[in-house]
Design a protein around this ligand. Sequence first.
Ligand code: 16G
Length: 242
Amino acid sequence: MIKKDSPVPIYYQVEENIKEKINSGEWKSGEAIPSERQFCEQYSISRMTVRQAISNLVSEGILERKRGRGTFVSAPKLNQELTGITSFTEQMAEQGRKPETKVISFEQTASSKQAAKELGLTQDEEMYKVKRIRLADGEAMAYETLYMPVHLFPDMTKKHAEGSIYQYIENHCSMPIQYGKQELEAAEAGKKAAEALKLAEGAPVLKIQRTSFSADHQPVEYTKTIYRGDRYKYVMELERRQ
Ligand code: 16G
């Protein structure tokens, strides 16, 4: 299986081999993979090469190490669509995961300058500021801060934020979301996000900021979401530029 005379590095061949076993279902998520020693014997390769292959797959999030117990196959990554506006609830439904939301705080404020600018509010106009942890099958995946203008949604309560906010905006308030703008950047988990997502402080995360607009060009939400870097894969469809 390993071709030692191939120009493809051996560690890379081992990585591909492991991925194949996972993709074909031979090794299932949550199962332990063989030990480094077993790999060395099976492929007749050095321990250093095995270590490199496994470390690479751990940093890709395909495998995870559990201290004192070995290395295990991770649960498959979630896809985050970067084209088209979908809600967390819809994204989870598409991937057969059960969404859940924990509202950490719900308040009315006029204090965020950045959010006021994004929502087109004057300095003393109030907005809701909601912090939520979004879970998939019970696992915390995203830490979200959501801002919405109070004047457009006067009856909004914490209860609405515990469910799908897009359902509230579109169905309850009859304001279909039409378009949005989004910014993405790599970041390190700060103290609060790390706590919410059960990550080490400083762990790699992706920060996405979105402002969504209704058909009549009103900004209806501005969100800052921190996604776990190890559990997401970002997917987009591309068209050739003319
Ligand atoms: C997603 C959106 C967020 C929106 C939320 C609504 C991104 C980057 N962000 O997290 O802007 O507020 O979905 O989800 O996709 P909900 O309807 O399930 O509450």
